[in-house]
Design a protein around this ligand. Structure first.
Ligand code: FE2
Ligand code: FE2
Length: 275
C-alpha cells in the first residue's frame, strides 16, 4: 500500500512553518511514503519562490503543486522550467514555463504520477479544458505509473466532481484545492478513484481563507483595494491521506486531517494591494 499525504494550499510564511514543524512527525505517525503539497500561496499569499521550495522539500515534501497563483512571482519561472518537483497546472497554454505532471519512483518497479490541473469555471482566464488534458496525459504517460494522483485546482465543486467521475478507474485519486475550505465528502468512486472536493489550506485559521479578517471584510464591504495582509492566529494544517493499492491503482482508504499547530508567529504587512 502507498500512503500519500496531500497538504492543502500553504499560505504565507506561517503555512510553510506549519509544514516544517508538523511534517516529520506526521510522516512517521502515519507511515507516509509520499508527500504532495500545494504551494501556490506560500510566498506572502501569492506565488512561490525557490527558497520556499527548498524549505518544503527539507521538511519532507516530495512534490509541490500549484494553481492560479503559480505564476504570481515571476522570479520562480527559471526554477519552475527545470524542476518537475514543482508543478504548475498542466492545462496552461504551450509556452508557459514549468511542468504539469511528474513521474517519481516510489519503490523498485513502482512509480507514481502526480498531475496538476486547473478548472475553468469561475476563473476569468479560461485555459485548456482539464478533461481533455487529463485524457492526453493518461494516454501519453499513464502506463508508466502504477499510482496516479491528481491535484485539481478548481473553484466549482461540480467541476471537481465531474472530473473525478470522468477519471474514475483511470486515476488512483483526485483531490481538489483552491477554495481553502476542507470539505467532508471523501469517498471512493465505484471504479476505485479516491475523491475529496477540497483538502483545505494550511496557515492562519483565524483568517478569511488565509487573509487577515479585517482586510477581507473591508475588501468585500467597501469594494475598494486594501493593503494586503495575511491572517494570524490559530494555525492549522489541512491535509488528507490517500491509501492506494499499487497493484490495482485504486484508493482503499481516505483520511482527512485538520491539525492545530502551535506556532509562535507574527505576520508582517505586505506592501501591496489586494485586487
Ligand atoms: Fe490557494
Ligand atoms: Fe488558487
Amino acid at each position: 500500500m502507498v500512503n500519500l499525504l496531500f497538504i492543502g494550499d500553504v499560505v504565507g510564511d506561517a503555512g510553510v512553518e506549519c509544514v516544517a514543524q508538523a511534517l516529520p512527525a506526521l510522516r512517521a505517525e502515519y507511515d507516509i511514503h509520499f508527500v504532495v503539497c500545494n504551494g501556490e500561496n506560500s510566498h506572502e499569499g501569492r506565488g512561490i519562490n525557490e527558497v520556499i521550495c527548498r524549505r518544503l522539500h527539507k521538511a519532507g515534501v516530495d512534490v509541490i503543486t500549484g494553481g492560479d497563483h503559480s505564476f504570481d512571482k515571476h522570479l520562480i519561472f527559471p526554477y519552475m522550467a527545470k524542476t518537475n518537483t514543482l508543478l504548475r497546472p498542466m492545462n496552461y497554454p504551450k509556452g508557459t514555463p514549468g511542468f504539469g505532471y511528474g513521474i517519481f519512483k516510489l519503490w523498485d518497479d513502482i512509480q507514481i504520477c502526480v498531475l496538476n490541473l486547473r478548472g475553468n469555471t469561475f476563473f476569468n482566464n479560461p485555459i485548456i479544458c482539464p478533461f481533455f488534458m487529463a485524457d492526453r496525459v493518461l494516454q501519453d504517460v499513464g502506463h508508466y505509473a502504477q499510482v496516479f494522483f491528481v491535484d485539481f485546482h478548481a473553484e466549482a465543486s461540480a467541476e471537481k466532481q465531474a472530473l473525478a467521475w470522468y477519471l474514475d478507474g483511470r486515476v488512483s485519486a483526485l483531490c481538489g484545492t483552491h477554495t481553502h475550505v476542507q470539505t467532508a465528502d471523501e469517498r471512493i468512486l465505484p471504479m476505485g478513484t479516491g475523491y475529496l472536493t477540497d483538502v483545505g489550506f494550511t496557515g492562519a485559521h483565524h483568517s478569511v481563507i488565509g487573509m487577515d479578517t479585517q482586510t477581507a471584510i473591508n475588501r468585500f464591504r467597501l469594494q475598494t483595494p486594501q493593503r494586503y495582509r495575511l491572517g494570524e492566529g490559530e494555525y492549522r494544517l489541512h491535509a488528507a491521506i490517500f491509501q492506494m493499492d499499487e497493484t490495482t491503482g485504486q484508493t482503499v482508504a481516505i483520511q482527512r486531517l485538520s491539525l492545530p499547530i502551535a506556532l509562535d508567529y507574527t505576520a508582517q504587512p505586505v506592501e501591496r494591494e489586494t485586487y
